[in-house]
Design a binder for this molecule. Structure first.
Ligand code: GRF
Length: 189
């Protein structure tokens, strides 16, 4: 049985779907949910689902990313994860952290990579006059939002869409894509 740790920064809706998916004949189980924000709503949801949690507030570390990440790794590795899923985790990770989990770290990004890496993806797609948008599950490598793509889901951009209406439509697809890609990845290990 593969052990999955998940990092969140906010509400954790993707984390909830991942945890809910790991049942029955699924080859993986959630072992830990962590956050850089002790107030993250995702931590409450994880606890309600019976998954152990931790938080490392990144703010006291200031610019010392390495020290913050060392503390993340201390908590994560105590749970001995086989797979690390980033799910709405909003901190940039250093190559050192990524090397530690290279080959077993996934992320979901709300755009059709390689388009719209970085933030504000929906506003930028609308601004550019795109006719479709979507989300991507990819392996995390040292280059931001750039690793091997495991899968994508597309949605049409509708007339009158705002970043909020588009984000809501894409999020529905994220909630289906990420669990499917995690299962396929876990089966491949
Ligand atoms: C989602 O748009 C996801 O694509 C991005 O973070 C946003 C919030 O995710 N990575 P969640 O609801 O916290 O899972």
């Amino acid at each position: 049985m593969k052990r999955v740790a998940i990092l969140v920064s906010g509400g954790g809706s993707n984390m909830v779907r991942l945890v809910e998916s790991m049942t029955g004949d699924h080859p993986a189980r959630p072992v830990l949910v962590g956050s850089n924000d002790p107030q993250a709503g995702g931590l409450v949801k994880a606890t309600e689902m019976g998954v152990p949690t931790f938080a490392v507030d990144h703010r006291p570390f200031g610019k010392d990313r390495a020290a913050f990440e060392a503390e993340l790794i201390r908590h994560l590795d105590a749970a001995q994860p086989d797979i690390l899923c980033l799910a709405g985790f909003m901190r940039i990770l250093t190559p050192g952290f990524i090397r530690h989990y290279e080959g077993r770290m996934l992320n979901i990004h709300p755009s059709l990579l390689p388009k719209y890496k970085g933030l504000h993806t929906h506003a930028r797609a609308l601004e550019a006059g795109e006719t479709e948008a979507g989300c991507t599950v990819h392996e995390v490598t040292a280059e931001l939002d750039d690793g091997p793509i495991l899968g994508q889901a597309r949605v049409a951009i509708e007339p009158g869409d705002t970043p909020e209406t588009l984000a809501a439509r894409v999020l529905v697809q994220e909630h289906q894509l990420y669990p499917a890609m995690l299962r396929r990845f876990a089966e491949s290990l």
